[in-house]
Design a protein around this ligand. Structure first.
Ligand code: AMP
Length: 434
């Protein structure tokens, strides 16, 4: 039966989870629109080379976690492990960098793939929402991006997110700091994990991120990046924090926050939330400012800032926090034929109701009316249209409001008006509850 299951680390979406995934997508894309972002969709497959140059040759996601394949023409392709590189590629392909109004503000939602060990909060296919603001370099833009992220979570119903921020400084700051880290780690290197030995060579910043116990202890005594920040970088970071303060967005400065990808510089950030049951799904999302990413990929030298959020982790937390609960009508209007003769009329009425913009359901066979009503209730229908011979002859419907239990006769030509009234009031009531 193995083949009947999804590929390891991947999953199906349906029912409640599908609804939540769509809600997360819709809420974040909607939030991005509030901040003036345009949605972009890029291919899931890109050249391997794009990710090597984008995320960085030395990063885990490129070295170990990429799904790579050769197409029938022998081209080395990869399932995207993240979406930023593809968007940078699209900016160049579509020449978006020559548009007059900078920064470009782009947002996306879609699947990403990483060959990781599946565990809590970690899948091999997952979904990311994210934004990229490209073509301007400003602490105000960094802060605005963080604000967008916080607004999105707020609109989903989250309250106590932990926002961690740090500054990686400019290239010179980081070079000075890397040298200091190498000096610090060199005498201990022999005892450290294999990954850290590799990181020592490629990018010692990432040694601070190591999850191995002994290495974590060592990281605590490591020199602090803040002491190596240049004057410009320090000012820029302070300005970002000042804006966050003025917006009333709480944050914690986390000097160990370095993020996994090579292209970040200056301000970086992550959002975390411990679940009520104490589960740690890992970071919900993170991002930061990047300097040379587009240039690295062969494009113009435009800086940017962006972040990505993992929808699956958000989804798991929403369920634990009870944020996604919704009465949700599976059907708005139940169309109930009285006897087989009324079936064609019921089918016609359903067709008309759907054309009015309301979901409708009618049975394939006219069973007992009491059973039809029970089904209508289970499906959460607000309105039932009871259609018998008399209604058919008079081109009307017996309309029952399932909430007030009141009944009335409504001619078909007045049905739209009546449904709009009932569902319009319902929407208003919902609005007032919030
Ligand atoms: P990253 O670019 O690695 O920081 O990823 C951004 C966000 O995507 C993370 O904060 C997670 O929420 C999510 N994410 C990354 N990898 C996975 C994964 N393997 N499974 C589920 N979500 C992930």
């Amino acid at each position: 039966m193995g083949e009947m299951n999804p590929v390891k680390g991947m999953r199906d979406y349906l029912g409640e989870d599908m609804r939540l995934l769509r809600r997360i997508e819709g809420t974040f894309l909607g939030t991005a629109a509030l901040y003036g972002y345009q949605e972009i969709e890029t291919p899931i497959l890109e050249s391997v080379d794009l990710f090597r140059r984008g995320a960085g040759e030395g990063t885990d996601i490129v070295r170990k976690e990429m799904y790579e394949l050769l197409d029938k023409g022998g081209r080395p392709l990869a399932l995207r492990p993240e979406l930023t590189a593809g968007i940078m590629r699209a900016i160049m392909s579509e020449k978006l960098h020559s548009l007059p109004d900078m920064p470009l503000r782009l947002c996306y939602f879609g699947p990403a793939f990483r060959y990781e060990r599946p565990q809590l909060g970690r899948l091999r296919e997952f979904h990311q929402f994210g934004v990229e603001a490209v073509g301007a370099d400003s602490p105000a833009l960094d802060a605005e991006t963080i604000a967008l992220l916080m607004t999105g979570f707020r609109l989903l119903g989250f309250q106590d997110l932990r926002l961690l921020v740090n500054s990686l400084g400019d290239k010179e700051s980081r070079d000075r700091y890397r040298a200091a880290l190498r000096d610090y780690y060199r005498p201990h290197l022999e005892r450290m994990c294999e990954d850290c030995k590799e990181r020592f060579r490629l990018n010692p910043l990432r040694m601070l991120d190591c999850k191995v116990m002994g290495d974590q202890e060592l990281a605590k005594g490591a020199p602090s990046l803040q002491d190596y920040l240049g004057e410009e970088s320090r000012k820029r970071f302070e300005e970002t924090l000042r804006i966050l303060d003025s917006l009333g967005i709480p944050y914690e400065i986390d000097q160990g926050l370095v993020r996994g990808l090579d292209y970040y510089s200056e301000t970086v950030f992550e959002v975390h939330l411990l679940s009520p049951s104490g589960k740690d799904y890992g970071a919900l999302g993170g991002g930061g400012h990047y300097g040379g990413l587009l240039k690295e990929l062969g494009g113009p030298d435009l800086p940017g800032v962006g972040f990505a959020i993992g929808a699956e982790r958000v989804l798991a937390l929403m369920k634990e926090l009870g944020l996604g609960e919704e009465e949700g009508r599976e059907v708005e209007v139940a169309v109930l034929p009285v006897g087989e003769e009324a079936l064609p009329y019921a089918q016609e009425a359903s067709y008309l109701v759907r054309g009015m913009g309301y979901s409708a359901e009618t049975p394939l066979r006219a069973g007992k009316l009491s059973a039809q009503f029970r089904r209508a209730e289970r499906k959460g229908a607000r309105v039932a249209l009871i259609l018998g011979e008399e209604e058919m002859k008079g081109r009307k419907a017996r309309l029952k409001d399932m909430e007030s239990e009141e009944q009335e006769d409504v001619p078909l030509e007045r049905l739209q008006e009546r449904l709009d009234q009932i569902f319009g009031e319902e929407e208003e009531e919902d609005g007032h509850e919030e």
